[in-house]
Design a protein. Sequence first.
Length: 107
Amino acid sequence: MIPLAAVLFLLAPPDPCRAAGAAGWTAVRHGPEEISYLREGRTMLVALRNTGGRTTHVDVIWRELGFSGTARVFDLTANRDEGAVEGGFARKLAPGACHAYRLTLPK
């Protein structure tokens, strides 16, 4: 039986830009670049933040998130399917910006 919390997570996931930092989220920091993520089964919500005062590139590397291979990436902020992505990706963020993604992980 699938736990109710898992069903709710998949049907109506929390807004990663607002929820990042709450209980259950894991954060990886590289200076002003912050990657927060929450995993439920094969689905991972990822929030990228630029806490600095300059535009920066945030590198999202699958190994740092605890998996490898190819993941299906959906850009929640732009409401756009980015397709299958191997190994990770990079995103340019303005100062104070947050960008959110949903990843479907390999089996």
